[in-house]
Design a protein around this ligand. Structure first.
Ligand code: SAM
Length: 277
């Protein structure tokens, strides 16, 4: 199989640039904090190689790694990748951005479904691999991470593999605590940590521009698929879900009107004419 060195970097960066133009503006209150462009290229290549030939579920994907992978495949920039990608996100703007891009570029293996991860998962056991970049759990000892990872595990029927993208920092205490808690959670649910790729990604994060994330990769201990009823997330883990005292109050983010994300909105500027008025 081809590897990362064979990728046409200019073509890949230009393709990712199109994907970035299509991303809705991030809502900070729900931890939408987007990955930077160079890291998106590297991450998409890495995840496409890892998930080659698999059916993938993304539990939330504001970063648009799902679109990037499908687009790089369709353009022939990557010769490998998943056969099917479904994005589950509670933000209709993100789901619609996925659908519009897939429609425009004829990405037949990419789709999105509006879904709040606090509710039972709608497609238990229908995927092989999962990917999630959740709220990083600084104020809740990783409980928010476990909710997203748990939905990913349901998506793959507690078999197959998954990756969670979470904070990884030498100086701070909370990312280490969260990493430990998430690894314990994985083991308790039949997965072991296959690999940890440290401090890989940077974000558009004003108050912590140096905070990086890692890929923590899991593999199921048993190949046996378990399809059991999915249940809603218990209320007691939600108190600090999106940060201190920031429990979820929103079921879905709805799209009010279609925005062309690559262009300035009319309410952002006005024209002062030559010669006045
Ligand atoms: C929490 S953000 C994490 C940061 C990541 N870099 C990003 O911006 O995509 C990841 C995704 O989870 C989605 N999300 C947040 N809360 C959710 C929920 N309760 N159910 C489903 N998706 C959710 C966001 O819309 C976003 O697309």
């Amino acid at each position: 199989m081809a590897d990362a060195q064979d990728v046409d970097l200019r073509a890949a960066i230009n393709a990712i640039s199109d994907v970035i133009q299509n991303r809705p503006r991030p809502l900070r209150e729900f931890d939408q904090i987007y990955m930077k462009a160079g890291d998106m290229v590297m991450q998409s290549e890495l995840i496409a190689r890892w998930a080659d030939g698999k059916r993938m579920a993304f539990i939330g994907d504001g970063d648009a790694i799902s679109i990037s992978i499908a687009f790089l495949q369709e353009r022939g920039i990557l010769k490998y990748g998943p056969t099917k990608i479904t994005v589950f996100d509670f933000d209709e703007r993100i789901c619609n951005a996925v659908r519009r891009f897939a429609d425009k570029e004829r990405l037949h293996n990419l789709d999105a479904e509006l879904y709040n991860c606090l509710e039972p998962f709608p497609q238990v056991g229908r995927f092989d691999f999962f990917y999630t970049n959740p709220p990083w759990g600084a104020s809740n000892r990783g409980e928010s991470v476990k909710v997203f990872v748990g939905r990913g595990m349901e998506a793959v029927g507690f078999a197959g593999e998954g990756v969670v993208v979470i904070a990884d920092d030498e100086e701070l205490a909370w990312p280490k605590l969260v990493l430990g808690e998430v690894q314990k959670y994985a083991l308790a649910n039949g997965f072991f940590v296959q690999k940890m790729m440290s401090q890989l990604h940077e974000y558009h994060l004003d108050d912590a521009p140096d905070l990086k994330s890692c890929n923590l990769m899991f593999k199921a201990i048993s190949p046996e698929r378990i399809v059991r009823d999915s249940v809603a997330t218990p209320k007691d883990v939600l108190e600090h879900f999106y940060g201190r005292d920031s429990a979820p109050k929103v079921r879905y983010v709805r799209e009010k009107k279609r925005v062309d994300y690559g262009k300035a909105n009319e309410d952002e500027y006005l024209f002062e004419k030559i010669g006045g008025t």
